[in-house]
Design a binder for this molecule. Sequence first.
Ligand SMILES: Cc1cc2nc3c(=O)[nH]c(=O)nc-3n(C[C@H](O)[C@H](O)[C@H](O)COP(=O)(O)O)c2cc1C
Length: 301
Amino acid sequence: MIDTRVNIAGVELKNPVMTASGTFGSGQEYSEFVDLSRLGAVVTKGVANVPWPGNPTPRVAEVYGGMLNAIGLQNPGIDVFAKRDIPFLKNYDTKIVVNVCGKSTEDYCEVVERLADEPVDLLEINISCPNVKEGGIAFGQNPASAEAITKAVKKVAKQPVIMKLSPNVTDITEMARAVEAGGADAVSLINTLTGMKIDIHRRTFALANKTGGLSGPAVKPVAVRMVYQVANAVKLPIIGMGGIATAEDALEFLLAGATAVSVGTANFFNPETTVEVVRGIEDYMRKYQVSSVTELIGAVR
Ligand SMILES: Cc1cc2nc3c(=O)[nH]c(=O)nc-3n(C[C@H](O)[C@H](O)[C@H](O)COP(=O)(O)O)c2cc1C
């Protein structure tokens, strides 16, 4: 018998495989390809207190080993989200993680307060989106701001709080320590790395926003390195992500110190990636006679 259960801040996941925010909607489209009840958790697209239109198009571009996006956190706002997406996810035997975005501390807190009485298991606070001018990354690149917003959110949150960190910093351990000091229950990393692509035929930027966030297999070594560093800097559980497309990729993150993993961009080129990763981790555990997946977490020192 193998035991794939992991625990994030008191919430038990049936396995360590989650979806990455913004790449899976709230699971509606993917439920045709994937039994959502096979997943440890579904992480929703970022939701704000009011609807956001997102950035002008074009806002996605393909690059070697991944993609650039500058969606700008388009979302329908918490009212529509709570009525439409949460009831949909409740049809499945999986944990629900709601990703929260905002332009100010008050915006974040308003969404978190609205979610207090909803059947949501965990909150993921996005302080790391490189594609919005206000809020988002403004909190995620300065340790004092990151600590302050963590404290503010924790004051009003009923569910455990995961702070989502940006890789666009000199020292990610400084940011992890700051959110730990602010009372975070867990961290997730990495969000996208700021990049740029030029369209040589049109002699302009490939994205209307000029820059966008790089994601996909190309970022995986950077993400694994950062997960390892954070695992050695703080006591918080880590949700690792960045370029995971196979079970082998996911296992690297677990061994580097992540308690769970999220699959993002790979969903776009293979919508069945999440369940394939679940199955692949199970196969690995049988092959190497690992009885509990927790034995793998941070096993590489
Ligand atoms: C199209 C797209 C939209 C995203 N939207 C969000 C979002 O709303 N909130 C968030 O915290 N991260 C968002 N992300 C970042 C992902 O959740 C993830 O951190 C990142 O893409 C790295 O993982 P990956 O390489 O597996 O995609 C988005 C990424 C992509 C590609």
